[in-house]
Design a protein around this ligand. Structure first.
Ligand SMILES: Cc1cc2nc3c(=O)[nH]c(=O)nc-3n(C[C@H](O)[C@H](O)[C@H](O)COP(=O)(O)OP(=O)(O)OC[C@H]3O[C@@H](n4cnc5c(N)ncnc54)[C@H](O)[C@@H]3O)c2cc1C
Length: 291
């Protein structure tokens, strides 16, 4: 399959990109092209203009500022997976990338491309939700920040205005003593998750839960944070009783999505099984780091 004809633009600077997105109609940004090119080849998407971000080096970076890691939208997934800075400060992300696709795709695929493609089963919006990510976007009229909880406008559609692009995201760094876990189930290694779960936990000296974050993918259009569970678990022991509380809340989740292959009951079953395993792993890691 070949894409419909389009005009190709290759800006070198962010300011040129912002000029183009302000002027052009029916354009598409291309980042790694791993999702956009198949959609263009199948003619699900037929842009008149394609704006390539690959020369815009200012969008490719990983840096630590205060208690946050900043990741530019054009940072390759493989660069994040192999980053020592990421491994040191947000090991959840390193573990999550071990499930993302294959090296060849991660070499091209970008963090921003995944956040904008917004597949409900992707690990990347899911860990961004667990880490209270804040997405930075820009247009000619300036920049704005969108908390991940407000990023999904609808199915596979981020809350970007037509003249805006994603610059990057800020992910919160948890205390050195925190525990983490990313678990998922997919039919083959490297496929999108059917369901995935990200857990972060910090314990206090008495081994009770000081802070916890639980996010699921493959459940709804946006990653689902178990906010009610998180608040109930504060000051609870990090043990089976905490796990039972979390699984009880997953049992009550309304409207879990389904498709031709996976029913909502099956996804709920996976969410419970994986959350149990992820909580156990995160608790164990936190206890080890506290001792
Ligand atoms: C075989 C295969 C297996 C895969 N498995 C997984 C997996 O297990 N988990 C997973 O998460 N992903 C998986 N992917 C998807 C992969 O991670 C893609 O790289 C990702 O979804 C899109 O990133 P990209 O950089 O290639 O973006 P592109 O394909 O270039 O763009 C995707 C969309 O985002 C928009 N966009 C990109 N950058 C910006 C920006 N800065 N501002 C505004 N809009 C922008 C584009 O216009 C387009 O609509 C898989 C892909 C393939 C081909």
């Amino acid at each position: 399959m070949k894409p419909a004809p389009f005009i190709y633009h290759r800006p070198q600077q962010l300011s040129e990109v912002l000029d183009l997105v302000a002027q052009l109609d029916n354009y598409k940004i291309i980042a790694g092209g791993q999702s956009l090119m198949p959609m263009m080849n199948f003619r699900f998407v037929m842009p008149d203009h394609v704006i390539d971000l690959n020369q815009v080096t200012e969008l490719n970076h990983i840096s630590k500022e205060n208690q946050q890691l900043h990741i530019g939208s054009m940072t390759r997934q493989q660069a994040i997976y192999s980053s020592a800075l990421v491994q040191e400060h947000i090991p959840l992300v390193t573990q999550a990338y071990s499930f993302v696709s294959h090296r060849q795709i991660r070499n091209r695929g970008t963090f921003g491309g995944s956040l904008c493609h917004l597949d409900p089963s992707s690990e990347q919006p899911c860990f961004t939700a667990a880490l209270d990510g804040v997405i930075e976007v820009a247009s000619q009229s300036g920049k704005r920040e969108i908390p991940i909880a407000h990023w999904t406008a609808m199915y596979m559609t981020p809350d970007l205005a037509p003249n805006e692009i994603m610059l990057g995201a800020k992910l919160s760094i948890w205390p050195k003593t925190h525990g983490w876990s990313f678990m998922e189930y997919s039919r083959r290694h490297g496929d999108y998750a059917i369901v995935g779960v990200a857990v972060l936990v910090n314990l206090n000296a008495a081994s009770t839960i000081e802070k916890i974050s639980i996010a699921l993918c493959g459940i709804d259009a946006a990653p689902v944070r178990l906010l009610n569970t998180e608040s109930v678990l504060i000051n609870q022991a990090a043990d089976e009783s905490a796990i039972r509380l979390a699984l009880g809340d997953i049992e009550k989740l309304p409207n879990i999505m389904e498709d031709a292959l996976n029913t909502s009951d099956y996804r709920r079953h996976l969410a419970k099984t994986l959350t149990r395993r992820a909580l156990l792993e995160a608790f164990e890691r936190a206890k080890k780091r506290m001792s």
